[in-house]
Design a protein around this ligand. Structure first.
Ligand code: ADP
Ligand code: MG
Length: 729
């Protein structure tokens, strides 16, 4: 039988793979770290003192940038970039599609006299009108105004992207409609940063340290990913089109031995990692760690934490770099949350904290009793905020990809709970149960409350609960349920907003008690004690993956919605709207537009998966299986004509089993197509999203089950799709 089996061609290619050597620019990272970034150091060098000062005021304090300052910065930026071989520039932004967008313009501009000049004015730096018509707007631009523009974000430094032989100056920008509605991830994030800065500074200044002038949220993003051979990836249309394998029988060996986690990194992968680190370092991304993850072919990298806006930009850039660098090593990065069934999925752990202008980490328990109260204030307010808005946090990480990871097979449930470890649990229990503080405001109070017992370094820091979606890990909270391909801005915008809102409420309550004559510390402790009680239900120290927890969480009234279509509703509850609108993070119109976009995006993703399934089943699986079945049948008919007992053979059984599975696959694919047609007729995005969710839940697993059975029955030599063992080992 003649067939061009792409799978075997791909497998042959993988046999010749050699590690691609990587040359580091220097032995010392410090010699090239940030060489492609227009950072503060470079600015100080190339700008006049006045201009530099004005720009720093804008970066650190949000001061307005005058046009002569913008002109001077643009001119210096251009000279710096051209000296490094840059020919083009682009405003770099993060539309709601999840990727980053660029529109390249050349510095080169012939003028009216026919002279040729390289130009870049302040106005081009500060603002641009990309052709925004193809970016999602959730109907915003129709309702308001047809144009959108990008505007410079001076808090994130411009950088040079090297791509093949070209170099482009990228200027981080926000993306808003002409009437000012945000159409991107960065705009609300910047607002939420300012909000948490105001609220946290207010609390610090009023109760703990008058010297605090600013509080910044810090973020360290651990990025998990899979790496597979490029040729095998190309031999899987589902990976190419949907980012995950919609079919695939589990391999005889999976992750059960957990040998990958501690194993050494293969040389090819190691070289990819070194290469990625070099490219990241040139762009000022402080990547530090690299190691294997539990699943085969799964890896992780993490930069040092940075100020939140920069951390998000750097993560977006990192994902971009990963793709480009992998290509050089004939590898393909899979950022999908669940590329393989039966194998761990990938997340993006968001390590989050708050740091004061005086350099103190507000979530770090320290030695002095007063500092401990400050720590408890921020620690308990975070827990309270997460409790109050757990559904919203859940919504902030909702995506079609993450649906395969949260609340699906062999995955954590879609419940947001907080793990704090045994030591802090004891501290909070003691605080909650100790009533004497009401009468006693003296120095002994810290001791009475057991606050003095909080050790500066927590044992639980090492004894972590890996099943918790939101865990306190010593000096920061780690939001782990974020999807590996997500833009982190979505979740940390919510986190900053709920924290800021909570801190403002806390401040009001404490001030009221102080006005009533309570001593400051007593007032703080009493409010915190109430918060401990009120938010107890969000705390969970046990196995977050267990079925008992799901039941217990339901009793506690915690949100547990396993699909994006419905999880997103939380953005539009009165509570959430009030939170966002009253604090100027989103207008109501922006919120609604965002939801339209997210529902549409979800629909498209599920639709693509569903189409890929249909296509693979009808055009790849069924024909290959039929060819094999026909071979069996003709052998059986030979037997029959020779008068042999063909009915009691494996061949005969197999033919029947194949028929059984093929019939179901074919029937279900057709039913699924009809269901899609019905869904596509529905106008309303939310309603259509729910219908697509039903398609996913009603058909995907069943079709897959039968295709995977066929993979097990059909001769390996004719199976068209690269198998799990080939992709993963
Ligand atoms: P693990 O995988 O054990 O969770 P890693 O060292 O891989 O730990 O990742 C920890 C991440 O947390 C790093 O990105 C680190 O920079 C970040 N981090 C550490 N301290 C803070 C902090 N105060 N605020 C935000 N992120 C932090
Ligand atoms: Mg982690």
């Amino acid at each position: 039988m003649q067939s061009t089996n792409f799978r075997f061609k791909a497998l042959e290619k993988t046999l010749d793979r050699k590690p691609v050597p990587v040359k580091c620019p220097s032995d010392k990272i410090s010699e090239y770290f940030g060489q492609n970034v227009f950072d503060k150091e470079t600015m100080r060098r190339v700008l006049s003192a006045d201009i530099y000062k004005a720009l720093i005021m804008a970066i650190d304090k949000g001061a307005k940038i005058e046009s002569h300052v913008a002109d001077a910065v643009a001119s210096a930026m251009k000279s710096w970039a051209i000296s490094k071989g840059v020919t083009h520039y682009t405003h770099w932004f993060q539309p709601l599609t999840g990727a980053t967008a660029e529109k390249h313009d050349s510095f080169f501009e012939p003028d009216v006299q026919g002279r040729h000049m390289e130009k870049f004015k302040g106005s081009a730096l500060v603002q641009q009108e990309p052709d925004a018509s193809s970016f999602p707007s959730g109907g915003l631009r129709n309702t308001f105004e047809a144009r959108g523009y990008t505007a410079w974000d001076p808090t994130s430094p411009a950088f040079i992207m090297e791509n093949g032989s070209g170099k482009t100056l990228c200027i981080p920008t926000i993306f808003v409609s002409y009437t000012g509605e945000a159409l991107d991830y960065k705009t609300p994030l910047l607002k939420a940063m300012a909000f948490v800065d105001q609220a946290a500074t207010d609390v610090c200044k009023s109760y703990f340290d008058e010297g605090v002038t600013q509080v910044k949220a810090s973020l360290g993003i651990e990025q998990e990913y899979f790496l597979v051979d490029r040729a095998l990836y190309r031999a899987r249309p589902d990976l190419v089109l949907s980012g995950r394998t919609v079919f695939g029988h589990s391999s005889a060996k999976g992750q059960q031995l957990e040998d990958h986690y501690f194993g050494s990194i293969p040389t090819r992968v190691h070289n990819f990692m070194v290469d990625l680190e070099v490219e990241s370092h040139k762009l000022g991304i402080p990547i530090r760690t690299r190691h294997n993850e539990v699943a085969p072919r799964q890896f992780e990298c993490a930069p040092m934490f940075e100020e939140i806006n920069l951390a998000v930009d750097h993560n977006q850039l990192l994902m971009d770099l990963m793709e480009k660098v992998a290509e050089r090593h004939d590898l393909k990065v899979l950022l999908h949350e669940k590329p393989f069934a039966g194998i761990n999925g990938s997340g993006k752990h968001n390590n989050w904290s708050l740091v004061t202008s005086t350099g103190k980490n507000l979530l770090s328990p320290s030695f002095k009793p007063e500092d401990k109260l400050q720590f408890l204030t921020f620690f308990i307010n975070t827990i309270k905020a997460v409790h109050e808005h757990n559904g919203l946090l859940r919504a902030s990480i909702a995506s079609a990809g993450n649906d395969h990871r949260l609340g699906a097979n062999e995955a954590p449930p879609a419940i947001v709970s907080v793990f704090i470890g045994s030591q802090l649990t004891k501290v909070l229990d003691d605080m909650e149960n100790n009533a004497s503080v009401e009468h006693n405001g003296d120095d002994n109070m810290f001791m009475q409350l057991g606050i003095d017992k909080i050790p500066p370094i927590l044992l639980d820091n090492t004894d972590r609960n890996r099943t918790s979606p939101f865990a306190f890990t010593g000096n920061k909270f780690e939001f782990r349920a974020v999807g590996s391909s997500a833009n982190s801005a979505s979740s940390v915008t919510v986190l900053n907003t709920i924290m800021a809102d909570q801190l403002n409420k806390f401040k009001k309550e404490v001030d009221a008690l102080i006005a009533n004559g309570d001593k400051k510390e007593v007032a703080i402790v009493n409010v915190l004690r109430r918060y401990i009680k009120e938010s107890k239900d969000i705390r969970f120290e046990g196995n977050g993956y267990s079925e008992e927890w799901e039941k217990e969480a339901a009793r506690r009234g915690l949100s547990n919605i396993t699909n994006t279509a419905e999880a997103l509703d939380e953005y539009l509850t009165d509570k959430s709207k009030n939170l966002f609108v009253s604090n100027n993070i989103y207008t109501e119109a922006e919120l609604e537009a965002r939801l339209e976009i997210m529902w549409e995006h979800y629909i498209m993703k599920v639709q693509i998966e569903s189409r890929v399934m249909g296509d693979l089943a009808l055009n790849h699986i069924i024909p290959a299986t039929l060819r094999y079945q026909n071979e069996l049948i003709s052998a059986l008919s030979d037997m029959k004509s020779l008068g042999l007992d063909y009915e009691n053979t494996v061949g005969f059984q197999t033919v029947n089993e194949i028929t059984h599975h093929l019939n179901i696959v074919k029937a279900k694919v057709h039913e699924m197509i009809e269901a899609r047609k019905a869904a596509n007729k529905v106008e309303d995005n939310r309603e259509r999203a729910i219908m697509y969710k039903d398609i996913k839940e009603g058909f995907f697993d069943e079709i897959r089950y039968h295709v995977d059975k066929l993979e097990f029955l059909v001769d390996d030599a004719v199976w068209p799709l690269a198998k799990y063992r080939e992709l993963l080992f």
